[in-house]
Design a protein around this ligand. Structure first.
Ligand code: FRU
Length: 505
């Protein structure tokens, strides 16, 4: 991929597959991630999108409906899945799982009160025949009160939450929910007394349905699966702000009989003591638009206008996509493998990663906020994609080497602001959607965070319109033929098969 004038060339990635057990971690380099700014229009005026339309989610109107009819805030959401990420309906019902919180809380206070809830609706009804808000019935919380807090030895937590994960259905009506249990230890002023303690946990239950709806039982026993090891995955003691969460399990047709998990992690090591390496930067040695690792002899030394050192504090942003493999059939015992992707000095958060297999290619899709990019890197809120030949590959970031698969409309010429205080110059859609999850046939669901400009915005807490992306090699583009100029129905999460999934002949 050639360089855009004024920008470095992205790093070469072969897409070559490695054994899942191998010690090879592909890098989303700074050279790659600087392609995000390279594709932004420097002349885009205030409140307009500066990013290419083909990678931008269509703008969501501000008068969106609420899928829970005012019952709960809703954000990260996933479906029932089986091993290859098909989304079956169960006895004629579509079933989804969402993080939910009480609507009496401010939307930004939701994280420390999150619980797992579920919704259901009749399968097989075309989107245009459903109510505008998607027609879901809120089924309530999934876990009994207190169940997810029981795993913490230190019960002195002030808050204890259930964060994202995934749900698999097994023989008959057995469900295994993989999720993140987090304990917070805070004082009355909301300051951490001890660092938050995130753990990846599994719980087993049963799903039932009759003509009136869906219900679940079980989910009392919680199996702790993984806590960071400090080598591949940073611990809370190495970094009190560590990101360790969002398990997604899957089977790989290339390695039958094994179950893998991807999750959000940070690179192991004490925060601020691990430096960005030349490999994390990924520049070609002769690239005068490059940067140099801190404290190393600049490559372009003596060349007027030669490469500077990377900005200070870039090494505080050390996201990775972790990999683990199950050691038993009940999926209660797991061990870590090296991360499959690192975003050292690019972004701190590679959230809700998933593996998506299409046309023999393996995609990692993962979400990042604009605000978690490292100094010197900028890109929109959205979903980022990486393609390779196997679960562990030298992954190629999609779309001009940048990684951006689908971003919210944003203007990178202006400051980011906050969902609760959008920047005056930002596009009204900058925070319109987050937590994108790519489903079969390229459908993408996400939740609405904030829509509008600084003087007139509305918080979401409900699912966005579903959109569709065309996924073709390392090109991922918005399908504007889908729905209304690219925007499908709100909260539209269709099953693509039935349970039990029929055997393919
Ligand atoms: C993404 C996310 C997840 C996390 C949850 C917490 O929106 O940050 O990574 O599990 O939200 O609310």
């Amino acid at each position: 991929i050639p360089a855009v004038p004024g920008y470095p060339a992205p790093t070469d990635h072969t897409q070559q597959a490695y054994d899942p057990e191998d010690d090879f971690t592909s890098r989303w380099t700074r050279a790659d991630a600087r392609q995000l700014k390279a594709m932004s229009d420097p002349t885009a005026p205030s409140r307009e999108n500066s990013m290419p339309e083909e990678f931008t989610m269509p703008t969501i109107p501000q008068d969106f409906p609420d899928m829970s009819n005012g019952q709960v805030w809703v954000w990260d959401t996933w479906t029932l899945t089986e091993g290859n990420a098909d989304q079956p309906s169960f006895k004629g019902w579509e079933v989804i799982f969402s993080l939910v919180a009480d609507r009496n809380l401010g939307f930004d206070d939701r994280h420390t009160y999150a619980r797992l809830g579920y919704f259901f609706r009749k399968a097989g009804i075309p989107a245009e025949e459903r109510p505008e808000n998607g027609g879901w019935t809120y089924g309530g919380l999934v876990f009994p009160d207190g169940a997810s807090g029981a795993i913490f030895e230190d019960q002195s937590f002030s808050h204890q939450t259930e964060w994202s994960g995934s749900t698999r259905i097994f023989d008959g009506n057995k469900l295994r929910i993989f999720y993140t249990a987090v304990a917070f230890y805070r004082d009355a002023a909301g300051q951490d007394i001890k660092p938050a303690d995130p753990r990846i946990v599994q719980s087993e239950g049963r799903i039932f349905a009759d003509e009136n709806g869906v219900w679940m039982t079980g989910f009392r026993d919680q199996h702790e699966l993984l806590v960071p090891d400090g080598t591949y995955y940073q611990t809370k003691d190495q970094n009190p702000f560590v990101n360790f969460r969002d398990p997604f399990t899957f089977e790989d047709p290339a390695h039958p009989g094994k179950t893998f998990m991807v999750f959000e992690g940070n690179t192991g090591g004490v925060r601020d003591q691990v430096e960005c390496t030349a490999e994390d930067l990924g520049y070609r040695p002769e690239d005068l638009q490059g940067e140099n690792p801190l404290g190393e002899v600049p490559v372009g030394e003596g060349v007027p206008g030669g490469p500077p050192e990377i900005p200070a504090d870039a090494n505080l942003r050390m996201g990775n996509v972790g990999l683990a493999v199950a050691d038993n059939k009940a999926l209660t015992e797991w061990h870590f493998l090296p991360p499959i992707l690192s975003a050292n000095c690019v972004t701190d958060q590679t959230e809700r990663p998933q593996i998506y297999i299409k046309d023999g290619k393996y995609y990692i899709f993962t979400i990042s906020h604009r605000s978690t990019f490292a100094p010197g890197i900028d890109g929109p809120e959205g979903v980022y994609g990486f393609v390779g030949d196997g679960v562990r590959s030298d992954f190629q970031p999609v779309n001009r080497g940048s990684g951006l698969a689908l971003g919210s409309p944003s203007n990178l010429n202006f400051a980011v602001g906050f969902p609760f205080a959008p920047d005056f110059n930002q596009h009204p859609g900058q925070f319109q959607a987050y937590s994108h999850y790519v489903m079969p046939d390229g459908l993408v669901q996400s939740f609405i965070d904030t829509i509008g400009t600084s003087e007139d915005f509305r918080r979401g807490g409900t699912l966005a319109p579903t959109v569709r992306v065309n996924i073709d090699g390392d090109d991922v583009t918005v399908d504007r033929e889908y729905g209304d100029n690219g925007l499908g129905a709100y909260a539209d999460i269709p099953a693509n098969t039935v349970w039990p999934v029929p055997d393919t002949p």
